[in-house]
Ligand binder design. Structure first.
Ligand SMILES: Nc1ncnc2c1ncn2[C@@H]1O[C@H](COP(=O)(O)OP(=O)(O)OP(=O)(O)O)[C@@H](O)[C@H]1O
Ligand SMILES: [Mg+2]
Length: 496
């Protein structure tokens, strides 16, 4: 790719970017939120057209008007938000768009056979007859990869593929990428996790504010240098001092959420969070964390048990009532629960703040107040945007996350539930968000942190619970928790 420039309004999302990719190579593209990584990949995949610049494949100039054109030239992209048909089977999803036919009709058995052969060839195993909606995220991603391989891609783009995976799934994914590269595929991976870059990439390219900064072989760099080039300063994790705790803010007693079979999703779960404390919940995703958050925030009524918020039982109450009672929430899936993609930044920022005096006048929205309020959040949280009327869905992934964090922090509620608060944000912003969570703790509020990043849990939490199959499998004080013990309990083992 030569001199790629992409302008949105007055914003240079990409500014004169060069990118080269060799056969059988894994190239990592890193950079801050909003640096322009996804934009560059969308251009390569034909989803966006560059304002100027050229793309050459094997020396031949290309003109991609749509992904259809790019796919025809053997470029594939594994989307971060999977584009799969959940009610259909694995095989149907993989062949969709290029289905085997028996006469005039779809050849179902033929599709299964094709997928079995594909799995064999690439050593990626999955049952072709499974329904995609029943597969865990890691397997759904494998379906996306197989789909790209079925389309016979030579270049495969992964945009933040590990953000939604468990640690075990990440290890498998990285191994898969290495294997594909050995087989001659060329791979581009975008990730904020620099240890993944070190583990899998041959070469790394750093971007900042739409510009190309530097590229180097992985053997000639390290995490510190990459993070310095990304954010233009050194990033340090802070040390957290213990502090005394106050009243009980959240007390979850014997919480049960029945599942569709005999097994409970939440199985007599007990835990509490006190004022001035960050409590972490560690666990392999799929052990009831999502449902716990949904019960606590009013999205799901629990089957039995109590959720005492400042002494008042809010189990089964509505989302609005629970917010009123003093609970804000940074949801785990920013697009599903955190915002509406079509809403403007102003609308996104004021959601659940709209009744505040500075934002409403005689029951009507005070639009001037809303603008001031929104600008404060955008500025304080360094949300890179092109104006308040921009749509939430147009912000880069990390920037929409920062806006949601800002909005929920601004609730100044006694309890904040922070679910995967730093998913998809760059290392500079992680440091910033961690600082904000610690400020909230210092102000004497309670924070419940649910994260699949064990390092995040361990560095911020005063106390840690491990959740396994819907039960609290263990409770640790920060100073007693080791990664090893947490890991054993997370996998369903017992400590001796
Ligand atoms: N459709 C669009 N309209 C307007 N601006 C856009 C659009 N798409 C992207 N942008 C802007 O372009 C810039 C680069 O966005 P991009 O998604 O490429 O960043 P990124 O490097 O992938 O960031 P992240 O790590 O947060 O995913 C951002 O400031 C974003 O707001
Ligand atoms: Mg992106």
């Amino acid at each position: 790719m030569k001199h790629i420039t992409k302008v949105y309004g007055s914003l240079y999302a990409n500014n004169d970017i060069p990118l080269t990719l060799n056969k059988g190579e894994i190239l990592a593209v890193v950079g801050e939120n909003g640096a322009g990584k996804s934009t560059l990949m969308k251009i390569l995949y034909g989803l966006e057209q560059p304002t100027s610049g050229e793309i050459y494949l094997n020396g031949e100039k290309q003109n991609f008007r749509s992904p259809h054109d790019a796919i025809a030239k053997k470029i594939g992209m594994v989307q971060q938000h999977f584009m799969l048909l959940e009610p259909c089977t694995v095989a149907e999803n993989i062949v969709y768009g290029k289905e085997p036919k028996k006469g005039l009709f779809f050849d179902r058995e033929g599709a299964v056979k094709i997928v079995e052969e594909l799995c064999e060839k690439y050593g990626l195993h999955i049952d072709p007859r499974l329904k995609v909606g029943d597969c865990p995220v890691g397997l759904q991603q494998r379906v996306e990869i197989l789909k790209v391989l079925y389309q016979d891609a030579d270049i495969i783009i992964f945009d933040e593929p590990s953000a939604v995976l468990t640690p075990q799934e990440v290890t498998e994914l990285l191994a898969t990428m290495r294997k594909l590269a050995t087989m001659g595929k060329s791979i581009i991976i975008i990730t904020h996790k620099l240890h993944e870059v070190m583990a899998v990439a041959d070469r790394v390219m750093v971007m900042r504010l739409g510009k190309f900064i530097q590229e180097m072989p992985i053997t000639e760099t390290n995490i510190e240098e990459m993070s310095f080039l990304m954010v233009g300063r050194h990033v340090v994790e802070r040390h957290v001092d213990p502090q005394p705790t106050g009243e009980r803010v959240l007390d979850v007693k014997d919480l049960v959420l029945a599942g569709s079979d005999a097994k409970n999703i939440l199985d007599h779960f007990n835990m509490h969070v006190d004022a001035g404390e960050i409590v972490g919940i560690a666990g392999v995703s799929g052990n009831g964390q999502s449902e716990l958050i949904q019960c606590l925030t009013g999205l799901l009524p629990p089957t039995s048990g109590q959720i005492l918020l400042q002494g008042k039982d809010v189990a089964g109450h509505s989302v609005g009532e629970i917010r009123e009672a003093g609970c804000a929430c940074i949801p785990e899936d920013r697009y599903l629960w955190g915002c509406a993609k079509e809403a403007t930044l102003t609308e996104t920022a004021i959601m659940a703040h709209q009744h505040k005096p500075e934002l409403s006048k005689n029951g009507l929205l005070n639009s001037k107040g809303a603008k001031v309020f929104t600008q404060r959040l955008l500025d304080n949280y360094d949300v890179r945007n092109s104006g308040q009327s921009q749509k939430a869905g147009e912000l880069s992934g990390g920037n929409i996350q920062k806006l949601i964090v800002a909005r929920e922090m601004e609730q100044k509620s006694p309890l904040l539930i922070a679910a995967e608060p730093t998913r998809g944000v760059d290392i500079g912003a992680i440091e910033f968000i961690h600082g904000k969570l610690l400020e909230k703790r210092a102000e004497g509020d309670a924070v419940l942190l649910i994260s699949s990043e064990l390092t995040e849990i361990m560095s911020l939490s005063d106390r840690i619970y491990v959740i396994y199959e819907g039960q609290a499998a263990g409770e640790f004080r920060k100073e007693d928790a080791t990664e090893e013990d947490l890991g054993i309990l997370m996998m369903g083992g017992k400590l001796v």
